[in-house]
Design a protein around this ligand. Structure first.
Ligand SMILES: Cc1cc2nc3c(=O)[nH]c(=O)nc-3n(C[C@H](O)[C@H](O)[C@H](O)COP(=O)(O)O)c2cc1C
Length: 351
């Protein structure tokens, strides 16, 4: 297959619950990249925004990996208004170009959900992560390492995990995507391998029981969702810094740009040997609420999400209507396992 190595690097990109919502058609020197809307039916993926962010990360990988093979790309985003699932048409041009130094980081990049070791980022590390925004018009990276500010944002992050155990739709989507053992993770090649959740006892024993929605609803009266939210809060606070990337505008193209930017920041963090996790479900729900799509969310949850938006927007100076994604970054040991990907032949069609 033409461009096999470049495409294998591209699909190492992150996607919501590792749903890999993409398919490629290679036609000569043009690669068409399609979104598969049925892959992510979660409340987080309002108007396919989460999937378009994943496509942005994929395009960034594609562009970086292509440079290492001597290609430059002409990328045309959403080139056909009658084909909304066609995210990009990419022309591969062979020529002399220098390899992007981030290329070796693509296979090393991963989500690390362990507890981090606190500490702080050095000035040089901070500057490197902030500088990633320079390549994306309208893009911005903001970081905070102050305990007070981290605590404020950790409350917002904790809200997301609480909602997952208080909202049946969010709960169902998460548990549909958990792969419970090595064999299932390998055979399905998508979703969240249970080992990537880095659960330590007693959480690792309790987690399979929480798959049952009737049990979770019953446990709500004993404050179980709040206890789970407390764990997410501690994870956020263990980071050296919590960050946000934003891109001004709220259209589909801006979501793709946000994905490109987050992937660059993540690859830079990988190059610096830093661990990284997106903690961004709540920012995706915020967009849904701001668009007035509140069906399937309780009025209390809508109110809490609105309040959380105000906190993050004022803390990080987010312009009204920007696309934004939150993450934590810091230091800890390597993840227990890397997540799987579909074999490349399963997602590419050559003409
Ligand atoms: C738009 C988007 C939102 C995500 N949100 C979260 C999140 O809130 N929490 C989390 O742990 N991972 C989140 N992820 C990371 C994915 O779960 C992860 O990329 C995927 O499982 C593949 O694993 P990898 O990053 O190790 O390759 C998100 C990814 C994307 C693209």
């Amino acid at each position: 297959m033409k461009y096999r190595e470049v495409l294998e690097a591209a699909v190492r990109a992150p996607s919501g619950d590792n749903c890999q919502p993409w398919r490629f058609v290679i036609d000569g020197d043009v690669i068409r990249i399609f979104n598969l809307p049925d892959k992510d039916t979660s409340l987080f993926n309002h108007r396919q925004r989460a999937s378009f962010v994943a496509h942005g990360a994929l395009l960034e990988n594609l562009s970086i990996a292509a440079s290492a093979h001597g290609y430059t790309l002409d990328i045309s985003l959403f080139p056909d208004s009658s084909a909304p699932n066609l995210v990009a048409a990419v022309r591969m041009n062979k020529g002399s170009t220098s390899a992007d130094p981030l290329s070796p980081c693509i296979p090393k990049r991963c989500t690390n959900r362990k507890r981090y070791n606190g500490g702080s980022l050095s000035t040089a590390e901070t500057q490197t992560l902030l500088a990633a925004a320079e390549r994306i018009p309208g893009g911005k990276v903001a970081l905070t390492g102050s305990d007070r500010e981290k605590s404020e944002i950790a409350d917002v992050i904790a809200l997301n995990d609480r909602l997952i155990f208080e909202n049946e739709h969010l709960h169902a989507f998460l548990f549909d995507h958990v792969r419970w053992n090595d064999r299932e993770a390998r055979e399905r090649a998508d979703g969240l391998d249970i080992k990537t959740l880095e659960l330590a006892p007693p959480d690792s024993f309790a987690f399979p029981l929480l798959k049952s929605w009737p049990l979770v609803s019953f446990l709500k009266q004993f404050g179980v969702p709040r206890i789970i939210a407390g764990s997410a809060r501690k994870l956020a606070l263990s980071a050296a810094a919590i960050g946000v990337i934003s891109v001004s505008g709220k259209g589909d193209k801006e979501c793709v740009c946000a994905g490109r930017l987050i992937e660059r920041v993540w690859l830079e963090a990988t190059r610096l040997d830093l661990s990284f996790q997106l903690m961004t479900g709540i920012t995706l729900l915020m967009r849904r609420v701001l668009d007035g799509e509140t069906e399937k969310l309780s009025p209390q949850h809508v109110e809490q999400i609105r309040k959380a938006y105000g906190t993050v927007a004022s803390r990080f100076g987010i312009e009204d209507g920007s696309v934004f994604i939150m993450f934590r970054v810091g230091r800890c040991g390597p993840p227990s396992v890397y997540s799987m990907r579909y074999p490349i032949d399963k997602v590419v069609e050559a003409r």
